[in-house]
Design a protein around this ligand. Structure first.
Ligand code: NAD
Length: 497
């Protein structure tokens, strides 16, 4: 059985106080690995190592091409072990294997992308700025931000970590990663790959451990310059409070309750395909899941019939079983939360169309049947709050204006989707949706090259794309005075005679 270790200052080590917790396969409920339980003392060692590597080591100062080469070695290390890492991700999180393979392939690509970006950025050099006074010359440049404390969730365990680790390293930062205690195994493999890629000691550090212990110690550590967090709104609030106490930069990628507006000129099968993908992909454990679907009245009855038929045909099972499209919920805790949300939906006045509990005959594993609620009261908790499971809420609307009002009536603003044959209408709606990510005639596919992040309670800042790189750089102006001249404010310039 695999027993993971912490990775601090270029070496693998057990936690100072010892201790581990179990990694459980949610399809079998069996323990398959033990994870090192890092504590505050381990976090302190890791942060000090990162601080030293940043302040005194070569990483932030080396030519971008050398950093890029190291990132490419990491990318290759992930690609070389893709099958092994994907299988572990499925065992840990429960997601179907093809989805895990997609995530891990993507993780390798993210390192490639940021390797390229580090080189392009360095080639651009400082930008001269005309300040309107010929005696002065100003340039603006960026430099590595410092020591990053990264805290990540369990729904895309490796990929969410890589969204922070790759740009932070590319930008010249040093990092301490604290993955979710519910899925840490693939981040332990990432530490092995980074170790083999020969980065200077202390540049990358891994502390596995719980949120209240290792996570809190990382957010409170005074030697951390930036906190990069992905997770729930409740924890994000704590991270932001800790950042405020230490006046540290913070980025937050939080939850969502994203709308999907379907107009009545849509092809039903295409609409159903994207609705199903938008909510049941990754078991609905997706921050951007389009969990509120708004269907125009004329199409509502036919669409509901086809949606129910397709949903009921989804193959449910262990993620490593052929053809499975819906795996188990990540763990018992989340299973209980989703079941509680379904119970609240049942008593909210909404109509339970299909699902609503454990699939028949599946008594082991944290399985929940894909669930549809229709005609959901818009003040119901299931309409307003993130469920983070395979549960979709559907309502009908009359006009484009009604749809937008319903869609934007949310505390969240991560994503939104619109589907119509009328592309002008799609663009109009996209412009009016208050969210950071909008899909037209699809839902969920996203690319490393474009920024990811939300409005309102869905977060602060952006990951991915060039914004994701800039998020790990500080901006510096250098202003030069032509000192052949006197300033002449307190001391009169000497006369020319
Ligand atoms: P969570 O908030 O429970 O945990 C996230 C991380 O925070 C974990 O590593 C956890 O150990 C740590 N943590 C917990 N308490 C802490 C504390 N007091 N101090 C510091 N760290 C602490 O979230 P989760 O259940 O792992 O993930 C699900 C949530 O993540 C959902 O709300 C989802 O929408 C969100 N998410 C958002 C995005 C995005 O890009 N916006 C992506 C994926 C997931």
């Amino acid at each position: 059985m695999k027993i993971t270790e912490l990775y601090i200052d270029g070496s693998f080590a057990a936690p100072v106080a010892g201790g581990s917790f179990d990694a459980v396969n949610p399809a079998t409920e069996e323990v398959f690995a033990h994870i090192a339980a890092g504590q505050a003392e381990d976090v302190d060692k890791a942060v000090r190592a990162a601080r030293r590597a940043f302040d005194e080591g070569p990483w932030p100062r080396m030519p971008a091409a050398e950093r890029a080469a190291a990132l490419r070695r990491i990318s290759k290390g992930i690609s070389d072990r893709l099958a092994e890492i994907s299988a572990l991700e499925t065992a840990d999180n429960g997601k179907p294997l093809p989805e895990a393979e997609w995530d891990i392939g993507d993780a390798a690509f993210v390192f490639e992308y940021y390797a390229d970006l580090a080189e392009t950025d360095a080639a651009n050099g400082p930008t001269p700025v005309d300040v309107g006074d010929a005696r002065f010359e100003s340039t603006v440049s960026t430099e590595p931000l410092g020591v990053v404390g990264a805290i990540t969730p369990w729904n895309f365990p490796l990929l969410m970590a890589v969204w922070k680790v790759a740009p932070a390293l590319a930008a010249g930062c040093c990092i301490v990663l604290k993955p979710s205690e519910h899925c840490s195994v693939t981040c332990a493999i990432l530490a092995e790959i980074i170790d083999a890629a020969d980065l200077p000691a202390g540049v990358f550090n891994l502390i596995t451990g719980t949120g209240p212990e290792a996570g809190q110690a990382l957010t409170d550590h005074p030697l951390v310059d930036k906190l990069a967090f992905t997770g729930s709104v409740a924890t994000g609030r704590k991270v932001m409070t800790a950042a405020a106490a230490g006046i540290r930069t913070v980025s937050l990628e939080l939850g969502g309750k994203s709308p999907f507006i379907v107009f009545d000129d849509c092809d039903i099968d295409k609409a159903v395909e994207w609705i199903v993908f938008g909510i049941f992909w990754n078991k609905g454990e997706v921050c951007s899941a389009t969990s509120r679907v708004l269907v125009q009245k004329n199409l509502y009855p036919q669409l509901m019939a086809r949606l129910t038929e397709v949903t009921e045909a989804i193959k449910i099972g262990a993620g490593d079983e052929d053809g499975v499209k819906l795996g188990p919920i990540v763990n018992k805790l989340q299973y209980d939360k989703v079941m509680a949300a379904i119970d609240s939906g049942k008593s909210s006045g909404a109509k339970l169309v299909t699902g609503g509990g454990r699939p028949d005959g599946m008594n082991t594993g944290y399985f929940i049947a894909p669930t549809i609620f229709a005609d959901v009261p818009t003040d119901a908790e299931i309409w307003r709050e993130e469920i983070f499971g395979p549960v979709v809420c559907i309502n009908a609307f009359d006009t484009e204006e009604d749809a937008l009002t319903l869609a934007n009536d949310s505390a969240y603003g991560l994503a939104g989707a619109v589907m119509s044959d009328d592309l002008d209408r799609c663009e109009r709606v996209a412009a009016k949706l208050r969210a950071g990510i909008i899909w037209i005639n699809c839902s969920q596919p996203t690319f490393t090259q474009v920024p990811w992040g939300g409005y309102k309670s869905s977060g602060i800042g952006r990951e991915l794309g060039t914004a994701g790189f800039a998020a790990f750089r500080e901006t510096k102006q250098i202003t030069r005075f032509d000192h052949s001249e006197s300033w002449g404010w307190y001391i009169e310039p000497e006369s020319a005679e």
